[in-house]
Ligand binder design. Structure first.
Ligand code: DAH
Length: 350
């Protein structure tokens, strides 16, 4: 009798204990699978006396759901046990002493450059880039410094290939590259911070590699007073509102007139101290009105366009601002020195 088989299976279920994955899967196959006991019983449905078919069906359904429940609850229990085990294994002992995480700090030179970038961007300047391996043409010739000109001697240049390829000795070639891109058609406002190279012996104030921040503005009716106003804004933002600027006549081949930019000593306020070498003033940049030859060579008609340019020495500015005596600290990785800058900054912000 098939009904008796149902009872027998029910008894079996009562006695079944499922623990391992294998047991559970074997159970599924044995009772619930296509060839499982319950499925086989279902296939006898048609042979059952029609009067008993309904109750047989009900009992069979009851049996199936009990088997399914047994299977499901065993599976759930197993998963719970696994999760519990995993949690136990991965638990973190919060009473253990923590590893100290060292805090990084921005490189002071980068930070200074970013400050200059920010002020300039607020005045509508774009920050541009140029190659460090440069052509003589851009580094000198198109800046109005022809071959053999004595002005070249001041920049003891690293030549890479013959007389044409060099490591740029200044960021000024970016002026030329920017103007060439502008094709003599659009006004220009760019700054270019970047590495420059000269054949200097390294010491506290010299480095064969250093950073300049070049600026160029080309538009109509630009004069020296525009340059002065611009430099004034940058300087005040970097060194303080009470710092003044002064221009001294100077000479650069690519600007006419050329100036040397001094700022009043932010340290002694002009009284004279070691930073300003008792003069009350500190030189921080070279600048001037772009030479008509330079405009012309780069495709800007000097009858229409005029402009100014400036070049800051980034290390010098950072040394002044953060009272650093030796330029080499920018290029080594002595953490004690870097920490010192941190402190200095904190004092400043307090
Ligand atoms: N390139 C110059 C140097 O390295 C600095 C400089 C002077 C840049 C005057 C300028 C400028 O743009 O107008 O000595």
């Amino acid at each position: 009798m098939k009904q008796e088989e149902i009872k027998a299976i029910l008894d079996e279920l009562k006695r079944t204990k499922l623990q391992t994955e294998e047991e559970i899967q074997a159970f599924k196959a044995k009772y619930l699978g296509k060839k499982g006991k319950i499925s086989i019983l279902s296939s006898f449905m048609r042979e059952i006396d029609p009067k008993e078919r309904k109750s047989f069906g009900e009992e069979l359904n009851q049996l199936r759901s009990e088997a399914e429940e047994l299977y499901q609850s065993a599976l759930t229990k197993l998963e719970e046990a696994r999760l519990e085990e995993k949690l136990q294994k991965e638990s973190i002992d919060i009473t253990l002493p923590a590893t100290k995480i060292r805090q990084g700090a921005p490189n002071i030179l980068e930070k200074l450059i970013e400050e200059v970038e920010e002020v300039c961007m607020s005045m509508g300047y774009d920050v541009v880039d140029g190659p460090e391996i440069e052509e003589d043409k851009y580094n000198f010739e198109m800046l109005n410094i022809p071959k053999g000109h004595p002005a070249r001697d001041a920049q003891d240049t690293f030549y890479i290939e013959g007389e044409e390829i060099l490591l740029r000795s200044q960021t000024s070639p970016v002026q030329v590259r920017t103007m060439l891109k502008g094709k003599g058609e659009v006004p220009i406002r760019v700054i270019c911070p970047g590495k420059t190279y000269r054949r200097d012996d390294d010491d506290a104030t010299h480095s064969h590699q250093f950073m300049q921040i070049e600026g160029l503005l080309v538009d109509r009716n630009i004069s020296l007073s525009d340059l002065k106003g611009t430099i004034d804004v940058i300087v005040k933002k970097l060194f303080g509102e009470d710092v003044e600027t002064r221009f001294r006549p100077s000479y650069y081949q690519f600007t006419e007139p050329s100036v040397e930019v001094d700022i009043s000593c932010f340290n002694c306020k002009g009284k004279g101290c070691s930073i300003c070498k008792k003069t009350g003033w500190i030189t921080i940049a070279g600048a001037g009105v772009v030479h008509p030859n330079v405009l012309r060579m780069s495709g800007y008609d000097p009858k229409i366009w005029s402009g100014f340019a400036f070049g800051f020495g980034a290390e010098r500015m950072a040394m002044l601002k953060y009272d650093i005596q030796d330029l080499r600290v920018f290029y080594n990785t002595d953490l004690r020195e870097l920490k010192r800058f941190d402190r200095k900054e904190k004092e400043e912000n307090d």
